[in-house]
Design a binder for this molecule. Structure first.
Ligand SMILES: [Zn+2]
Length: 159
């Protein structure tokens, strides 16, 4: 299974972006070592990078965990959930499917659903509905628009 080295992944690797830890790992084919995005090891050549979504994937491809960033040593689920929540808050006005959420948050659909529900008690789609409802209620309270306008607006936003 191959995952693309997207621009955002490459940027995360090149800038040692800690906020992307847990979302993916990268291996370097010349060393057969894999790292977290935040690892401060030497930035590899783009063409030598392999992307993994889980440490298990990296291990099964015969890559060894980096001693420096210890990609197998932590449990980043809570961090990931925070990132997903933030993503939903920022993007609730767009048409979002489980697929797009999983893709943008660098996880599989099944892992997204399972981990999110386990950590928050509700599914990602229900969480999204809650955000949208809260937003509509605030509009109702604060905007003075008639309910029909807001309903139309919500509908228009989903087009
Ligand atoms: Zn490392």
């Amino acid at each position: 299974m191959k995952h693309p080295l997207t621009i955002s992944r490459w940027t995360a690797i090149a800038t040692n972006d800690q906020s992307k830890d847990g979302l993916f790992f990268y291996g370097v084919t010349t060393t057969k070592i894999f790292c977290k995005p935040s690892c401060h090891s030497k930035i590899p050549n783009k063409e030598n990078i392999v992307i993994f979504k889980t440490t298990a994937e990296a291990l099964s491809a015969n890559f060894r965990p980096c001693k420096r960033c210890q990609p197998t040593g932590s449990t980043p689920n809570r961090l990931w959930i925070e990132q997903i929540k933030q993503y939903l808050e920022n993007n609730f006005q767009h048409e979002l499917t489980l697929n797009t959420i999983a893709e943008d948050c660098h996880g599989s659909v099944s892992n997204l659903q399972r981990t999110f529900k386990k950590n928050t008690g509700i599914s990602p789609t229900n969480y999204l509905v809650k955000i949208r409802l809260t937003h509509s209620q605030e509009l109702l309270k604060n905007s003075g628009y008639p309910i029909k306008t807001i309903a139309n607006r919500e509908a228009a936003e989903k087009l």
